[in-house]
Design a protein around this ligand. Structure first.
Ligand SMILES: Nc1ncnc2c1ncn2[C@@H]1O[C@H](COP(=O)(O)OP(=O)(O)OP(=O)(O)O)[C@@H](O)[C@H]1O
Length: 253
């Protein structure tokens, strides 16, 4: 994204936002409610009219038809039909996307839903419902998956399970962009984009965020960064050791 500007009505919702994504990383988009996270995610997907700047995804303008199968999107409201089973839900979207039946099995396996395939969506827990939405976003093996507040409303155990799943997906080379208003989730990301009132305060590793502010936790670090006027310096990609790789090599990320 370069100098991205989005206006909605009279409001300036995104103000000159610029950042880069990279494969194999979990990029956390963090900011308070109303800071513009969903608008920014829609801009990456190509569902948002932009007023200025450029949104380029995998070398194409965001929303280009060639990106249809390369960018997966899980919206904030889980797109799951209560009266269909897990498998029927996924198969329905697979059909719309022109995907084969084998792809339905693949995404159910990836999201640990194979055992639940015949259960009606209305009988699922919040975490399982979110995994159905994630499975739908993974149809067609996209290169980038955009997840809008996927852990909202989940208890800490289910939240941790979902983040572990994101890490496994990143290890396959996928780029995941995950929004959250829970600052503590920053520590689970490889890099964070910090958004406030439509402005990007910075893009950095969570470790760099903590180090540069000297704060004890991500929430305090966010406040300290605001007080310091933010920094929009992009991270050195050499410094970004993905959490999944650090764990595999037994290093502290
Ligand atoms: N249709 C609209 N017209 C005008 N302003 C809007 C419209 N939709 C959203 N906004 C404003 O745009 C801003 C950003 O909204 P957005 O939903 O992107 O934020 P968010 O960070 O995702 O918030 P949340 O975490 O609550 O979903 C908000 O101030 C909101 O009031």
């Amino acid at each position: 994204m370069q100098r991205l500007v989005v206006r909605r009505g009279r409001s300036l919702v995104l103000d000159q936002v610029g950042f880069q994504l990279a494969p194999g990383l979990i990029i956390g988009l963090l900011g308070p409610s109303g800071s513009g996270k969903s608008t920014l995610l829609r801009s990456i997907v190509g569902n948002q009219i932009i007023s200025g700047g450029t949104a380029t995804v995998l070398g194409q303008p965001a929303g280009h038809k060639s990106l249809r199968h390369r960018v997966g999107y899980m919206t904030q409201a889980a797109s799951v039909y209560d009266d269909l089973s897990v498998k029927q839900n996924i198969a329905y979207f697979a059909k719309i996307l022109g995907q084969r039946a084998a792809e339905v099995e693949r995404v159910m396996e990836t999201t640990d839903l194979t055992d639940q395939s015949d259960r009606l969506a209305m009988d699922l827990s919040g975490g399982q419902r979110n995994r159905v939405s994630l499975a739908i976003a993974l149809l067609g093996s996209p290169d980038i998956v955009i997840l809008d507040e996927p852990t909202v409303g989940l208890d800490p155990v289910l939240r941790a399970d979902l983040w572990a799943m994101f890490s496994r997906l990143a290890a396959t080379g996928l780029c995941l962009v995950v929004s959250s208003h829970v600052m503590d989730e920053a520590m689970r990301c490889d890099e964070v984009l910090l958004l406030r009132e439509g402005k990007l305060l910075g893009q950095m590793t969570p470790e760099a965020l903590m180090e540069s502010t000297g704060a004890q936790n991500p929430e305090d670090a966010f406040v300290a960064l605001i007080a310091a006027g933010g920094t929009a310096q992009p991270p050195s990609r050499k410094a970004s050791v993905p959490k999944h790789r650090a764990a595999a090599e037994g290093k502290q990320p």
